[in-house]
Design a protein around this ligand. Structure first.
Ligand code: PMP
Length: 355
């Protein structure tokens, strides 16, 4: 037998893992600096790590009250109701829930190019068709209403990423509002704020209260350092928030994830340290890399190095793993995650030697 026709589906290309690279190069994993997946170099919130240990003996139960408590806590933080928080297995899981809730077969979605691959993947799983709008290098990857609207043709979902992966550019609140206003009533604008904590701009969550056609994505994978537990959420308008009960995978946010999330939300100092260090690393890269960089509001910097895959491969041999952005359609660049001071300095030194 065969699976369904998956020929239009592309496989997700994750940044390479430390163990994988260490094994391949015959190096010690501890000597490698991994700046290829926009993870948190400071690790998880220590309070979250303690919660994971504390709740380990309780994982024989389904995550009922912890998920309710976490939704309550997030609702409080964002001044929305609990039903508007769609907890999921990572931000990726929340993207799936939005596609499940919105897409009928052959509905179309509009995604940025370059952009985060999972928008299109998720839409295709849900029998949708994918159209693209260009985020142009010639315009320094600026994202305005005019970036999106000329390419809009009645799609059911329009995905915006702010800060944008892999370029670091942002979409202003007024641009989100204009896009939502000038697209059809039945078009949902999804604003992906996976990197929102690293930005000083206001969140589009402010628009979710006012409108029924804007949803925002957030994750614990980045600033909270919990990529490995898989926890993210969408914040959706109250009018259709009850669809969650009909689209969510039961208990997709695990007991461990919910407990870790709750603890991480109480650990302001970990987030502050992460955000401050990220801002330092961004500046350090702009100032010290011997190549063109773009100003980034995320925890990574896009660098124009000439031949991205050759530079990424050579840097890896020197023990520094960065993301070759060829799969994003930017073969001349690499994306470097903001690391600790030592990691960032080492990455800059290695890249400059190669440039
Ligand atoms: N959105 C963007 C723009 C991302 O870069 C990522 C992760 N790389 C995600 C969403 C999803 O992250 P997660 O599933 O870990 O929450």
């Amino acid at each position: 037998m065969e699976p369904r026709d998956l020929s239009s589906h592309i496989a997700y290309e994750a940044g390479r893992g430390v163990e994988e690279v260490a094994r391949e190069l015959g190096l010690d994993a501890d000597d490698l600096v991994k700046l290829s997946s926009n993870e948190n170099s400071f690790g998880p919130s220590p309070q979250a790590a303690a919660a994971i240990r504390d709740y380990a003996p309780m994982v024989h139960t389904y995550p009922k009250s912890s998920a309710t408590d976490l939704r309550e806590r997030l609702a409080e933080q964002w001044a929305v109701t609990r039903s508007q928080i769609w907890l999921a297995n990572g931000g990726d899981g929340a993207l799936d829930y939005l596609a499940r809730a919105m897409l009928e077969p052959d509905d179309e979605v509009l995604v940025p190019n370059p952009g985060f691959a999972y928008y299109g993947m998720s839409a295709r799983y849900h029998h949708g068709e994918v159209n693209e709008y260009p985020v142009r290098k010639a315009e320094d990857f600026a994202q305005t209403a005019d970036t999106v609207l000329p390419h809009y043709d009645g799609e059911r979902i329009v995905y915006l990423t702010s800060p944008h992966n892999p370029t670091g550019s942002e979409v202003s609140l007024s641009a989100v509002e204009e896009i939502a206003e000038r697209t059809d009533e039945e078009t949902l604008v999804v604003v992906d704020e996976a990197y929102g904590e690293f930005s000083d701009s206001p969140s589009a969550i402010a628009l979710v209260e006012e409108r029924d056609d804007v949803a925002v994505l957030r994750t614990f994978s980045k600033a909270y350092g919990l990529a490995g537990v898989r926890l993210g959420y969408a914040i959706v308008p109250g009018e259709w928030a009850d669809a969650y009960a009909r689209v969510n995978t039961p208990f997709a946010a695990s007991e461990i994830a919910c407990r870790a999330g709750l603890a991480a939300l109480g650990d302001d100092s970990h987030v502050e340290q992460t955000v401050q260090a990220t801002k330092w690393a961004r500046e350090y890269m702009y100032d010290n890399l011997d190549c063109h960089t773009w100003e980034s509001a995320g925890n990574f910097v896009l660098c124009e190095v000439g031949d991205g895959s050759a530079v990424a491969e050579a840097a890896q041999k020197e023990g520094v793993i960065v993301r070759d952005t060829t799969s994003f359609g930017l073969p001349e660049c690499v994306r470097v995650t903001c690391g600790t001071r030592d990691e960032t300095e080492r990455a800059v030194e290695v890249l400059n030697d190669l440039l």
